[in-house]
Design a binder for this molecule. Structure first.
Ligand code: FNR
Length: 185
Protein backbone atom coordinates (compact mmCIF):
# COMPACT_ATOMS: atom_id res chain seq x y z
CA UNK A 1 0.00 0.00 0.00
CA UNK A 2 1.40 3.38 -0.87
CA UNK A 3 2.35 5.88 1.81
CA UNK A 4 1.23 9.46 1.21
CA UNK A 5 3.80 12.04 2.22
CA UNK A 6 2.75 15.69 2.52
CA UNK A 7 5.79 17.80 1.65
CA UNK A 8 5.93 21.40 2.84
CA UNK A 9 8.66 23.62 1.39
CA UNK A 10 9.26 26.89 3.22
CA UNK A 11 10.24 28.97 0.19
CA UNK A 12 8.04 30.56 -2.46
CA UNK A 13 11.01 31.54 -4.61
CA UNK A 14 10.79 30.27 -8.19
CA UNK A 15 14.36 28.94 -8.20
CA UNK A 16 14.31 27.82 -4.57
CA UNK A 17 17.21 25.62 -3.50
CA UNK A 18 14.94 24.00 -0.94
CA UNK A 19 12.53 23.03 -3.70
CA UNK A 20 15.47 21.51 -5.58
CA UNK A 21 16.35 19.55 -2.45
CA UNK A 22 12.75 18.43 -2.11
CA UNK A 23 12.76 17.19 -5.73
CA UNK A 24 16.02 15.33 -5.18
CA UNK A 25 14.65 13.55 -2.12
CA UNK A 26 11.48 12.63 -3.98
CA UNK A 27 13.55 11.08 -6.78
CA UNK A 28 15.62 9.04 -4.33
CA UNK A 29 12.56 7.69 -2.54
CA UNK A 30 11.13 4.22 -3.22
CA UNK A 31 7.91 3.92 -5.24
CA UNK A 32 5.85 3.13 -2.16
CA UNK A 33 6.09 6.82 -1.15
CA UNK A 34 3.65 9.13 -2.95
CA UNK A 35 4.61 12.77 -2.40
CA UNK A 36 2.03 15.54 -2.29
CA UNK A 37 3.37 19.07 -2.61
CA UNK A 38 1.46 21.27 -0.22
CA UNK A 39 1.00 24.80 -1.60
CA UNK A 40 1.35 27.35 1.17
CA UNK A 41 1.88 30.61 -0.72
CA UNK A 42 -1.78 31.48 -1.26
CA UNK A 43 -2.93 31.06 2.32
CA UNK A 44 -4.15 34.06 4.30
CA UNK A 45 -2.20 35.18 7.33
CA UNK A 46 -3.54 33.23 10.28
CA UNK A 47 -6.03 35.19 12.36
CA UNK A 48 -7.58 33.68 15.47
CA UNK A 49 -10.91 35.12 14.38
CA UNK A 50 -10.87 32.43 11.67
CA UNK A 51 -11.53 29.79 14.28
CA UNK A 52 -15.31 30.29 14.33
CA UNK A 53 -15.54 30.01 10.55
CA UNK A 54 -12.38 28.61 8.99
CA UNK A 55 -11.63 29.96 5.47
CA UNK A 56 -11.97 27.42 2.68
CA UNK A 57 -8.27 27.50 1.74
CA UNK A 58 -7.36 26.80 5.38
CA UNK A 59 -9.82 23.91 5.57
CA UNK A 60 -8.32 22.51 2.37
CA UNK A 61 -4.83 22.72 3.85
CA UNK A 62 -5.99 20.83 6.92
CA UNK A 63 -7.67 18.17 4.78
CA UNK A 64 -4.53 17.71 2.71
CA UNK A 65 -2.41 17.23 5.83
CA UNK A 66 -4.97 14.90 7.41
CA UNK A 67 -5.11 12.76 4.27
CA UNK A 68 -1.34 12.22 4.43
CA UNK A 69 0.32 9.37 6.30
CA UNK A 70 3.60 11.19 6.84
CA UNK A 71 5.21 14.62 6.68
CA UNK A 72 8.38 16.07 5.21
CA UNK A 73 9.39 19.67 5.94
CA UNK A 74 12.04 21.30 3.76
CA UNK A 75 13.01 24.66 5.17
CA UNK A 76 15.28 27.54 4.34
CA UNK A 77 16.60 29.71 7.16
CA UNK A 78 15.41 33.33 7.36
CA UNK A 79 17.16 35.41 9.99
CA UNK A 80 18.15 32.32 11.92
CA UNK A 81 14.63 30.91 12.04
CA UNK A 82 11.74 29.39 10.07
CA UNK A 83 10.40 31.54 7.19
CA UNK A 84 7.11 33.20 8.14
CA UNK A 85 5.27 31.60 5.23
CA UNK A 86 5.97 28.12 6.59
CA UNK A 87 5.19 29.02 10.20
CA UNK A 88 1.93 30.58 8.99
CA UNK A 89 0.90 27.36 7.22
CA UNK A 90 1.77 25.32 10.32
CA UNK A 91 -0.24 27.65 12.54
CA UNK A 92 -3.24 27.35 10.22
CA UNK A 93 -3.13 23.54 10.05
CA UNK A 94 -2.69 23.29 13.82
CA UNK A 95 -5.94 25.14 14.55
CA UNK A 96 -8.80 25.63 15.50
CA UNK A 97 -7.76 24.44 18.95
CA UNK A 98 -8.29 20.72 19.38
CA UNK A 99 -8.04 19.95 15.64
CA UNK A 100 -4.28 19.86 15.11
CA UNK A 101 -3.95 18.22 11.68
CA UNK A 102 -0.34 17.12 12.21
CA UNK A 103 -0.80 15.06 15.38
CA UNK A 104 0.86 11.65 15.38
CA UNK A 105 2.11 11.72 11.79
CA UNK A 106 5.73 10.65 11.39
CA UNK A 107 7.87 13.46 10.02
CA UNK A 108 11.31 14.74 9.20
CA UNK A 109 12.89 18.15 8.82
CA UNK A 110 15.58 18.88 6.25
CA UNK A 111 16.79 22.06 4.59
CA UNK A 112 19.23 24.08 2.61
CA UNK A 113 20.74 27.52 2.65
CA UNK A 114 23.54 29.39 0.98
CA UNK A 115 25.20 29.69 4.38
CA UNK A 116 27.64 27.12 5.76
CA UNK A 117 25.18 26.06 8.48
CA UNK A 118 22.68 24.82 5.87
CA UNK A 119 19.57 26.08 7.71
CA UNK A 120 20.48 24.27 10.95
CA UNK A 121 19.06 26.96 13.25
CA UNK A 122 15.79 27.19 11.36
CA UNK A 123 15.49 23.41 11.50
CA UNK A 124 16.07 23.43 15.25
CA UNK A 125 13.32 26.02 15.73
CA UNK A 126 11.03 23.99 13.50
CA UNK A 127 11.72 20.86 15.54
CA UNK A 128 10.53 22.70 18.66
CA UNK A 129 7.29 23.71 16.95
CA UNK A 130 6.65 20.20 15.60
CA UNK A 131 7.43 18.54 18.93
CA UNK A 132 4.70 20.68 20.48
CA UNK A 133 2.37 19.65 17.66
CA UNK A 134 2.91 15.99 18.50
CA UNK A 135 4.82 15.08 15.33
CA UNK A 136 7.19 12.16 15.95
CA UNK A 137 10.33 13.43 14.22
CA UNK A 138 13.25 11.48 12.80
CA UNK A 139 16.30 12.52 14.86
CA UNK A 140 19.14 11.44 12.57
CA UNK A 141 20.59 12.01 10.11
CA UNK A 142 20.25 15.77 10.19
CA UNK A 143 20.29 17.21 6.67
CA UNK A 144 21.95 20.62 6.37
CA UNK A 145 22.76 21.26 2.72
CA UNK A 146 24.80 24.25 1.59
CA UNK A 147 23.84 25.35 -1.91
CA UNK A 148 25.66 27.27 -4.59
CA UNK A 149 24.15 28.10 -7.99
CA UNK A 150 25.88 25.07 -9.50
CA UNK A 151 24.91 22.48 -6.95
CA UNK A 152 24.83 20.08 -5.28
CA UNK A 153 21.37 19.72 -6.87
CA UNK A 154 20.38 21.15 -10.26
CA UNK A 155 17.03 22.84 -11.00
CA UNK A 156 15.51 19.50 -12.04
CA UNK A 157 16.36 17.87 -8.76
CA UNK A 158 19.30 15.93 -10.19
CA UNK A 159 22.10 15.57 -7.65
CA UNK A 160 25.42 16.66 -9.14
CA UNK A 161 27.73 15.68 -6.29
CA UNK A 162 28.20 11.98 -5.53
CA UNK A 163 28.82 12.41 -1.79
CA UNK A 164 25.56 14.38 -1.52
CA UNK A 165 23.69 11.63 -3.36
CA UNK A 166 24.99 8.99 -0.95
CA UNK A 167 24.20 11.12 2.06
CA UNK A 168 20.67 11.95 0.90
CA UNK A 169 20.02 8.31 0.01
CA UNK A 170 20.99 7.43 3.57
CA UNK A 171 18.54 10.01 4.86
CA UNK A 172 15.74 8.69 2.64
CA UNK A 173 16.36 5.10 3.74
CA UNK A 174 16.17 6.07 7.42
CA UNK A 175 13.10 8.20 6.80
CA UNK A 176 11.27 5.30 5.16
CA UNK A 177 12.17 3.04 8.11
CA UNK A 178 10.99 5.70 10.53
CA UNK A 179 7.65 6.11 8.78
CA UNK A 180 7.08 2.34 8.85
CA UNK A 181 8.01 2.19 12.52
CA UNK A 182 5.57 4.91 13.54
CA UNK A 183 2.76 3.74 11.25
CA UNK A 184 3.38 0.12 12.30
CA UNK A 185 3.04 -1.07 8.73
C1 FNR B 1 18.29 34.60 4.19
N1 FNR B 1 19.33 33.69 4.08
C2 FNR B 1 19.86 33.14 5.23
N2 FNR B 1 20.75 32.08 5.16
C3 FNR B 1 21.22 31.51 6.30
O1 FNR B 1 21.99 30.57 6.22
N3 FNR B 1 20.85 31.98 7.52
C4 FNR B 1 19.99 33.03 7.67
O2 FNR B 1 19.65 33.40 8.78
C5 FNR B 1 19.48 33.64 6.49
N4 FNR B 1 18.59 34.67 6.57
C6 FNR B 1 17.92 35.10 5.45
C7 FNR B 1 16.85 36.00 5.59
C8 FNR B 1 16.12 36.33 4.48
C9 FNR B 1 14.92 37.24 4.64
C10 FNR B 1 16.48 35.84 3.20
C11 FNR B 1 15.65 36.21 1.98
C12 FNR B 1 17.53 35.00 3.06
C13 FNR B 1 19.79 33.25 2.77
C14 FNR B 1 19.04 32.00 2.33
O3 FNR B 1 19.75 30.88 2.80
C15 FNR B 1 18.98 31.93 0.81
O4 FNR B 1 18.28 33.06 0.32
C16 FNR B 1 18.34 30.66 0.31
O5 FNR B 1 18.52 30.58 -1.07
C17 FNR B 1 16.85 30.61 0.64
O6 FNR B 1 16.28 29.38 0.32
P1 FNR B 1 15.56 29.10 -1.10
O7 FNR B 1 14.57 30.21 -1.33
O8 FNR B 1 16.64 29.10 -2.13
O9 FNR B 1 14.93 27.77 -0.93
Amino acid sequence: MSIKVAMLVGSLRKDSFNRRLARAVEKLAPGELAFEHVEIGGLPLYDQDFDGNYPTSCQQLKQQIEAADALLFVTPEYNRSVPGVLKNAIDIASRPWGTNSFAGKPGAVIGASIGATGSALAQQHLRNVLAYLDVPLLGQPEVFVQFKDDGPVDPNGEITVESTRKFLQGFVDRYVQWVHTILKR
